[in-house]
Ligand binder design. Structure first.
Ligand SMILES: Nc1ncnc2c1ncn2[C@@H]1O[C@H](COP(=O)(O)OP(=O)(O)O)[C@@H](O)[C@H]1O
Ligand SMILES: [Mg+2]
Length: 238
């Protein structure tokens, strides 16, 4: 079986500086795969490259067996790859509903779009309650919910989440993680980048530890959660 996403020897550079130095991993349909690692490891660069926002200098990206190397970003969205970016990037002056609809910009099936807006409100009731409010009035955690809801509006085959728990209170972080678990239970395939290694590994089928542009350790979520070096480096144990 071919994986939904296959990344092989991917290299990405900013000018002369190589930020991603030949990484390989894959994501099977229905899985949650997580990339963990400290600041500057290259996680965001990897996701931005998969989205077509950055062009690799080497390696292969295959989505459903087809190369994405020359595919423009908007086409990548229409192929079924959605990205909830680090820092959320919602549009603060637009309403919550308008922000959600932006995620469906390539779709023309009005009935289906409305159904998915409703689905986002079912997943995140607070967004439904405030749908006519400016998105800038939401708290950080609620804005994260909106960013995830917006990414889901393209009906992705693969949902990429870049640090969804960043800057959130422990309670809000738990809510976001519970939602990711719920999406997984519904069959959504997710590539999750997290600073909270414990929470990410607890729900991931597979994990990859990145350090300065390389994958240094891979395994099942459970194995990595119990790996001594991971516990020391990322789970604050000594
Ligand atoms: N726009 C940019 N221009 C130059 N270097 C960058 C840029 N964005 C990130 N980098 C560098 O690339 C490396 C990887 O960054 P990043 O992908 O953001 O890591 P992570 O998401 O794991 O924290 C870091 O050394 C960072 O300083
Ligand atoms: Mg990052």
């Amino acid at each position: 079986m071919t994986a939904l996403l296959e990344v092989e020897d991917l290299r990405v550079a900013y000018g002369k500086i190589e930020a991603v130095k030949g990484i390989s991993f894959s994501v099977e349909a229905g899985e949650v795969v997580t990339l963990i690692g400290t600041n500057g490891a290259g996680k965001t660069t990897t996701l931005r490259t998969l989205s077509g926002l950055l062009k690799p200098v080497g390696g292969q990206i295959k989505f459903e067996g087809k190369s994405l190397r020359k595919t423009p970003a908007h086409k990548i969205v229409s192929l079924g790859l959605a990205h909830s970016p680090e820092g959320r990037h919602i549009f603060p002056r637009m309403t919550i509903e308008e922000n959600l609809l932006l995620g469906a910009f390539l779709r023309k099936d009005t009935a289906g779009i409305n159904k998915d807006v409703q689905r986002a409100y079912d997943l995140f009731p607070i967004l439904g309650e405030r749908r006519k409010q400016a998105a800038g009035t939401l708290s950080g955690g609620e804005q994260q919910m909106l960013a995830m809801g917006r990414a889901l509006m393209s009906q992705p085959k693969l949902l990429m989440l870049d640090e969804p728990s960043m800057g959130l209170s422990p309670i809000m972080m738990q809510k976001i993680m519970a939602t990711i678990a719920e999406l997984k239970a519904q069959g959504t395939t997710i590539l999750l980048v997290e600073q909270n290694a414990q929470a990410a590994l607890a729900l991931a089928d597979h994990g990859h530890v990145m350090e300065i542009g390389k994958v240094v350790l891979s395994g099942s979520g459970r194995d990595l959660l119990h790996d001594e070096s991971v516990r020391k480096a990322y789970l604050g144990e000594d």
